[in-house]
Design a protein around this ligand. Structure first.
Ligand code: AKG
Ligand code: MN
Length: 249
């Protein structure tokens, strides 16, 4: 049986200081427009692919990136883990959307320039294990520069924890189509993951057959000059310690 979406009013809430959920942030029309844009970006060249973890296992989520290409656990301008194609640019329209999101959630961060978007495409059985977003520069993470996440399509069960421990305590919330979730400030390093999708819950008028799309924007803190050295240090520091992060417990 299909999961029934809650009929109770859903309200803007701060899950922790710096972690803000705004239900129904985008109108249906805005969701339709964004979905169309995402479909365009997801096309080849440099479109959707399945990233592999360093041990060779594929993520169940299919991914494509704009601005900087993310792959476990680093950024590059080209798809170094796959086909070496240049990443598509980070579009002005997403910068504008991210700024609007920051104004509405953590206005103290408005003006921070996002430069990377990860588009996560979840098939109905896809999930994303508990992890911290820590591929960005040390400075960006220390300053709490937010990640801005927008959901489209099927609802999901989103697990949100704390910065100290992967194992909890947790808060479980439902992210529905059009919802905004911003993770910054003191909550920037909080563990989070997608436990499961609720298939068949996308708004009928959205025009998505199945699955969920998550648009995840961030400031990497890298520029082309400093990137090579920083990333080398960073990759060395984390190699082997976070590989398990993206798996289900
Ligand atoms: O799909 C989501 O809501 C979360 C995605 C995420 O955590 C990420 O891309 O790092
Ligand atoms: Mn994440």
């Amino acid at each position: 049986m299909n999961h029934q979406l809650s009929l109770l009013p859903r309200q803007k809430q701060h899950l922790l200081s710096g972690a803000v959920h705004i239900p129904d942030w985008l109108s249906l029309e805005e969701q339709q427009q964004l979905l169309e844009r995402c479909r365009d970006w997801a096309k080849p060249p440099a479109g959707l692919y399945s990233p592999q973890m360093p041990d060779g296992k594929p993520l169940s989520v299919r991914v494509m990136c704009l601005g900087w290409h993310w792959y476990p656990y680093r950024y590059s301008r080209t798809r170094d883990d796959y086909d070496a194609l240049p990443c598509k640019p980070f579009p002005d329209e997403l910068q504008a959307l991210a700024q609007r999101a920051l104004e509405d959630t953590l206005p103290q961060y408005a003006g921070r320039q996002m430069d990377a978007a990860v588009l996560n495409f979840y098939a109905p059985d896809a999930k994303l294990g508990m992890h911290q977003d820590k591929s960005e520069s040390e400075q960006v993470r220390a300053e709490g520069s937010p990640t801005v996440s927008i959901s489209l399509g099927d609802a999901c069960l989103f697990r949100f924890g704390n910065s100290e421990s992967r194992s909890g305590p947790h808060q479980d919330i439902e992210l529905q189509s059009g919802d905004l979730f911003v993770l910054g400030g003191a909550a920037r390093m909080a563990y989070h993951g997608v436990l499961k999708l609720h298939p068949g819950t996308a708004p009928a008028a959205l025009g998505i057959r199945a699955g969920r799309l998550n648009l995840n924007m961030r400031e990497t803190g890298f520029d082309d000059d400093t990137f090579d050295d920083v990333v080398k240090d960073f990759a060395q520091a984390f190699e082997g310690t976070v590989i398990k992060d993206l798996y289900k417990e």
